[in-house]
Design a protein around this ligand. Sequence first.
Ligand code: PFF
Length: 459
Amino acid sequence: MNSTENGREKWGSKIGFILAAAGSAIGLGNLWKFPYMTYTNDGGAFVLTYLMAILAIGVPIMIAEIIIGRRTQLSPVGAMTKLGGKRWSWLGWLGVITGFIILSYYSVVAGWTLEYVVKSITGAFIDKSPDQVTQQFVDFVSDPFRQVFWHALFMGITMFLVLGGVKGGIERSARILMPILFIIILILVAVSLSMEGAGRAITFLFRPNFSELSGAGFLEALGHAFFSLSLGMGAMMTYGSYMHKNESIPNAALTVSLLDTVIAILACLIIFPIVMTFDLEPTKSAGILFTTLPVVFMQMPGGYYFSILFFTLVAFAALTSAISLLEVVASYFIDELNWNRKKSTLITGGAIFLFGTLSALSNGAVGWLSNFNFWGRPTTAGFFNTFDYLASNYLLPIGGLFIAIFTGWILTKSLKEEELSTGGKTYFKYSVWDVLIKYFAPVAVGIIILAVLLGKEFQ
Ligand code: PFF
């Protein structure tokens, strides 16, 4: 297959978009945030609400983003300007700024996973009590040098892969990393499901009891759908701009959303049987990944390897997401200012690294966790905390809202039908999507944003 079309670099294969987009979607959001949120929101009803949000809001908006990207063959700023004129260019800008902000702190947390790969290999958790393991985490996040070191390394790897370009760098990384990720996840799920607490974990996850889901939990499920599917900041738009004209957009969006959702559920199937089997303290749930799981691994047969595998897996997943965040920012300079890929990647990646040191150094690392009530006490605002809050609760939903409005109300029907009709057989129904993108998604997302503004924060 030709890798350029109308002069724009393209994915090298049909599965290229799906792999890269799934790589973007599957990340810390699935492996860490989702299990934690599910735990604090009491399982079943939260999971069901999340699934409905993915289907009724996430998939339609993902389709919208890909349409805009593939139609214009441009990254968000250029794409919005080309289709909507100058007065819509701000929406592209919002995406670039959001990507910049998210990656700055995402890379810091991803850096933690690298530290934990090393800790696992060197046997740092062997024979340690839960308190000692927690203390190791606290010591680590308050060590400025190590924070910045891992953050720098993670940004360095991300930049290196983005430097390789669409086909050679991004697609190749996803092609190698994603299958490894699936295999590691399946091994871990198999181990967890053989534990004594597996039955209780499954009941907890899949038996909805709506009396247990609070209004805030409901909103949290809707909001997390954006973060998890990488929506609202033009990441899917950018990846869509490298997609071939003869591929089916609805099929790609459905596949990516399905993979993302399956991984989030599998992450729960890894973590909850462990939590149930070892009767872990619920208040520590947000810290499961870094403070509790290592303890449990050490009590399990083969836990030493289990722990290495697990943190490697999280690091890989974070890497393919970070690549997409950087690509949104870097491709702006490539497309709009005609910088070459190297200059653009190095300068934007370098700037994000520097900006991220604020998060790494401001003791915000702990602050971000406490944003999720990790320490069971109110948050102390650090940069980290503020940026995550801003991005997840405002920037992505606002971006998504306007992408839905733009696609539903400004783009012509013939343009949309043309983009949606390529790529052969699909079960997609235009009329259903049209209602979702025009009415349902804007109203639902509008309500989320209003609720946040009125003070019902996701905490
Ligand atoms: N979807 C990623 C995750 O779940 O970890 C995070 C993310 C990546 C959000 C890319 C937004 C984005 F554009």
